[in-house]
Ligand binder design. Structure first.
Ligand code: GLA
Length: 396
């Protein structure tokens, strides 16, 4: 099993905490976003992959109406949170980490957790670095959803479980995210990319071939999407979609997915400058994902990589969701011939970059990036090759 040692740790802690083996254990991976940035809530397209790091959630029903959660990775020896079924609600301060499993449970129960009748006790832990833009929170939500679905006998399909996790983000954690992170964690496939269409919520897997691999480079700029910058970007996109719906008469526009680059060029003058700059990013990204799909089909890895560089330029110049550290990683990557493409991955404002590299040259690439970054910022980014992996499932 992938990450067996973490499974063992989570189960051992469950046994010492609750005196018996867990009734079930689920595993869900984090994700990298490869191409298509901030397109999901604009009903557009994304290439992503589930990564080989993830979260285990071990759980048993409890005899009473109590919910007990133990987070193995918080603090030196873990942290515990308890509440009654009737008190399941967003945690505003202190153990805010509990919002991800609690919110997921809440919506798995249709917003009426008290009706579940019995509570549960759970231990969870994993190896996705927190705040790195690798969707540790979505992995926790999806592991929670799959494990609790078993305990409570619900029968939601993958997309609905992803939406339950997204609703937990919106209402418990306070991040108005799209569906990308949860869907990637659910639909990942070993050795493949996931190509998502967020208008129809269709998720195809596309094989990557042998000649290239992804390297994640985690900057030490921590990203915090609940800080508000993500929400203002999303609002700008929605405002722009409304404007285009008004000026593009005769065309049905509900989201930026419906607007082409040519239309943006023609009509951008009627939008405020900042809103226009924000809108062009998801519009361009959708076009790049479509072009990227055609290039992958032809096996043109270098062409695909060039689109990743374009994507980063668009983040840097238009959407302004990059930062000095991520720009420095992409600039360093551009000077290395064995790197085919690089861009920020996920929400932005810190977090990680995703590089498309020649796997045979990985060590040399990592050494060069670390050297450049260290000379500039004093600390070292973490570079790791990523194997696209299978999505979430029950594992015990
Ligand atoms: C974060 C969000 C996703 C998506 C990406 C940007 O990861 O959680 O829904 O919007 O940012 O593409």
């Amino acid at each position: 099993m992938l990450n067996q040692e973490i499974y063992d740790k989570v189960v051992a802690r469950f046994e010492s905490e609750f005196g018996a083996k867990p009734e079930t254990v689920a595993y869900a991976p984090g994700r990298i976003e490869v191409l298509g940035n901030h397109t999901d809530y604009n009903e557009g397209y994304v290439f992503s992959a589930a990564i080989d790091k993830g979260t285990f959630f071990a759980v048993s029903p409890s005899a009473d109406e109590k919910v007990t959660l133990v987070a193995l990775d918080i603090g030196a020896s873990g942290q515990k949170f308890e509440c009654a079924l009737a008190d399941v609600a967003p945690v505003k301060s202190g153990a805010t980490w509990a919002n991800y499993p609690l919110g997921t449970f809440n919506w798995l129960m249709g917003g009426a957790p008290a009706k579940a009748g019995k509570g549960f006790k759970a231990v969870f832990g994993g190896n996705i670095p927190l705040g790195a833009g690798l969707s540790s929170s979505a992995a926790l939500e999806m592991a929670t959803a799959i494990a609790l679905q078993k305990i409570y006998g619900t029968s939601f399909g993958k997309t609905d479980l992803a939406k339950i996790g997204q609703k937990a983000e919106h209402t418990f954690a306070g991040c108005p995210c799209g569906l990308l992170d949860q869907a990637s964690s659910m639909y990942g496939k070993a050795g493949a990319l996931v190509k998502s269409d967020f208008r129809y919520n269709t998720f195809e897997t596309v094989s990557m071939g042998e000649g290239a691999a992804f390297m994640m480079v985690k900057s030490n700029a921590r990203h915090a999407l609940v800080d508000g910058a993500y929400a203002t970007r999303r609002q700008a996109c929605e405002d722009a979609a409304k404007y285009f719906a008004g000026v593009l008469r005769g065309k049905e526009v509900t989201h930026l997915r419906d607007v082409t680059m040519a239309e943006w060029v023609l009509y951008r003058g009627g939008l405020g400058e900042t809103t226009a700059r924000r809108a062009v990013h998801p519009i361009g990204e959708d076009e790049r994902v479509i072009q990227g799909a055609a290039l992958l089909e032809k096996g043109d890895i270098k062409g695909f990589g060039a689109l990743m560089y374009d994507s980063h330029e668009s983040s840097r110049n238009w959407f302004e969701n990059s930062c000095e550290e991520l720009d420095a990683i992409v600039d360093a990557a551009k000077a290395i011939p064995e790197v085919y493409g690089a861009r920020l991955s996920g929400g932005g404002f810190g977090g990680s970059c995703c590089l498309l590299v020649d796997p045979a040259a990985a060590d040399g690439i990592a050494a060069k990036i670390v050297k450049e970054y260290k000379a500039r910022f004093g600390d070292e980014p973490v570079c790791s090759l990523i194997s696209p992996s299978d999505g979430a499932s029950l594992v015990g």
